[in-house]
Design a protein around this ligand. Structure first.
Ligand code: GTP
Ligand code: SPV
Ligand code: MN
Length: 570
């Protein structure tokens, strides 16, 4: 033990012995723990200590007692505020400049640029499929940020450095280096950084898939259960679909995961999915007992809320929470200011979130932690499309499905730094999360479809977000999305209940259950117009050419040409 302290101290003369090592019993325990660390882990820690020069070092054991001690320490430091209305729930208010992922500062570091991103467009416009950094530039960036960074005095209760934020990935070494942000996907390194970016690269190398997808089980009234995976861009409805309470009598939904799916073929050729996460980091605004009761029940205990508003009786508050505020109770905004309904600025930040253990969700699937995964029958793509894109359509086959995934577009949301309701391309909902060249990613998906003996899931596209002339959603969404899941299940069962459009297969008018939805018309939900799809195809061609260039698989370009031909004949 002494030797270990000596070595740490020796490497870093100005670092006193780690805090956890300074008291009798815990000093002995910490020493034992250090001795049990595998040598590469010790080396990693020693390098970190040398570089960042922390005042103290603590080896975490993950025990409940340690968790409780950390929470009290963070409360004492003013980072977390207790929410006494619930059981062990906490509010964190971040620095207002550190509220979302920063795609512009997220980089892949590889020797060759082409391994990270497709070639830059000839016109010099911005490439939108990720950012590459060369290894020397990365080394310099590290030297400009890390040496002594843990010696710096804290300037606020939320340490961050927005001007120098950098979220770097070295896929060849399976390494992640993140600096300057404490928010969500920038700093929860097991989530987007590892389970999507690094894992997508592992998946390509090893023949599986790491995707920005929810996984759910859906059981029909006859008791037949199927699992589906769905990729929607950030803040576009994965958590809500994964936990939904079906509005169709007799149907049940169970949740396996709400954000990330790792999928691999089994010996029978079935694609099996696991959720690599143990909790949810979900969007708060819009979550209510009406829209997502299971999420509301999940976050009543052991939950950290970030940037939501709060009530003077120790509860949380956000736009769309749909709960009356008790008389005499006052509200405080995410900025810590008094807030009253009607104020021009929102009470909660639009990207405010809850972080809660998944096992608290009342409808977790019995197989949610099964290491074999659950068999996937359907893959669903989707996005926020205010016009032109039908409620649901099915791809003609796997290759067409890969095209549909590559063609995904959605309105910008508050999950990243983009602003306004701008329509953005987001292939496979992975634009912020590709761990290698997106053209090679599409080629990998095409190769998966060619795999010998594979029993491929069917592929669908959904759009819950069509609006009418007055800007209102034409589809009620949430629990009513079960109506669409029911049609998807009928297709998986082989029912002949679709009609062909140039875009894909849509439900025949009698095949989608719209009972009890006054004012919702089939015609409004299934707009398929020639001018819209001509424009869409033109825009897609431009996007492919400028962003994927010659790295776009020819099969995908072939599918676009086929769509253009079908649209011409409308
Ligand atoms: P990330 O965690 O960022 O990856 O997002 P997500 O895809 O899990 O999004 P989430 O389910 O949290 O939904 C984001 C927002 O969309 C919330 O404000 C929801 O209330 C809203 N939303 C989800 N489903 C629907 C729907 O069916 N209809 C409508 N109108 N809004 C929805
Ligand atoms: C997303 O943006 O897709 C999220 C939230 O799931 S974060 O973890 O912050 O990336
Ligand atoms: Mn996500």
């Amino acid at each position: 033990m002494q030797k270990v302290i000596g070595r740490l101290g020796g490497c870093v003369p100005r670092v006193p012995p780690p805090a956890a090592f300074q008291r009798g019993g815990s000093r002995r325990k910490a020493g034992k723990r250090w001795g049990l660390c595998p040598p590469p882990a010790r080396q990693f820690v020693e390098e970190g200590v040398r570089l960042c020069r922390p005042r103290a070092l603590r080896l975490c054991d993950g025990s409940p007692a340690e968790g409780a001690a950390l929470l009290s320490q963070l409360q004492a430091e003013g980072v977390l505020h207790p929410l006494p209305k619930y059981d062990n729930c906490w509010l964190a208010r971040t620095d207002p400049r550190d509220v979302a992922r920063v795609e512009s500062r997220t980089v892949l570091v590889t020797e060759r640029e082409r391994d990270a991103i497709p070639p830059k467009p000839p016109g010099g416009g911005p490439q939108q499929l990720g950012n590459w950094m060369s290894p020397p530039a990365f080394e310099q960036a590290v030297q400009e940020r890390f040496p002594g960074c843990m010696e710096e005095p804290l300037v606020s209760q939320w340490p961050c450095d927005p001007a120098r934020t950098l979220v770097a990935h070295l896929p060849d070494q399976r390494r992640i280096v993140s600096f300057g942000s404490g928010y969500g996907g920038n700093s929860l390194l097991g989530k987007k950084c590892f389970a999507l970016r690094i894992a997508s690269r592992l998946a390509r190398d090893e023949g599986w898939l790491a995707e920005h997808m929810l996984i759910l089980g859906v059981t029909d009234p006859a008791g037949k259960k199927r699992y589906v995976a769905a990729a929607f861009p950030s803040a576009c409805g994965k958590t809500n679909l994964a936990m939904m309470t079906p509005a169709l009598p007799g149907w049940r939904v169970h949740c396996v995961g709400d954000d990330i799916a790792w999928m691999k073929f089994d010996a029978e050729g079935r694609l099996r999915a696991i959720n690599p996460e143990s909790g949810f980091f979900g969007v708060a605004p819009g979550t209510s007992m009406r829209t997502n009761p299971n999420a509301m029940l999940t976050v009543r205990a052991n939950t950290i809320f970030t940037n939501v508003g709060c009530t003077s009786d120790g509860g949380v508050y956000w736009e769309g929470i749909d709960q009356p505020v008790r008389p005499g109770t006052t509200l405080t905004s995410w900025l810590g200011q008094p807030w009253t309904p009607g104020d021009p600025q929102p009470c909660a930040h639009p990207n405010s979130r809850f972080c809660a253990p998944a096992n608290q969700c009342p409808i977790m699937d019995p197989a949610w932690e099964d290491p074999e995964g659950v068999p996937i029958d359907a893959i669903i793509f989707g996005g926020r499309r205010p016009e032109g894109v039908p409620l649901v359509y099915e791809a003609f086959n796997w290759r067409h499905g890969v095209f549909v995934g590559s063609a995904m577009r959605s309105e910008a949301t508050a999950a990243a730094e983009h602003t306004g309701r701008r329509l953005m391309h987001d292939p496979f909902a992975m634009r912020p999360f590709f761990g290698y060249n997106a053209g090679q990613y599409l080629a990998h998906w095409l190769a998966v479809g060619e795999r010998e003996g594979a029993r491929l899931p069917r592929i669908f596209h959904v759009n819950w977000f069509l609006r009418d002339g007055a800007g209102r959603f034409v589809w009620p969404g949430f629990g009513h999305n079960a109506r669409v899941l029911a049609w998807i299940c009928s297709r998986v069962a082989g029912e002949d209940n679709a009609k062909t459009t140039p875009v894909g297969l849509v439900p025949r008018e009698d095949a989608l259950d719209l009972d009890g939805l006054p004012g919702v018309s089939y015609a409004d939900l299934f707009p398929v117009s020639r001018p819209f799809w001509e424009k869409e195809a033109r825009e897609l061609r431009r996007y492919y050419e400028e962003n994927f260039g010659e790295d776009l698989p020819k099969e995908v370009m072939g599918e676009l040409s086929a769509l253009e031909e079908r649209v011409k004949k409308m």
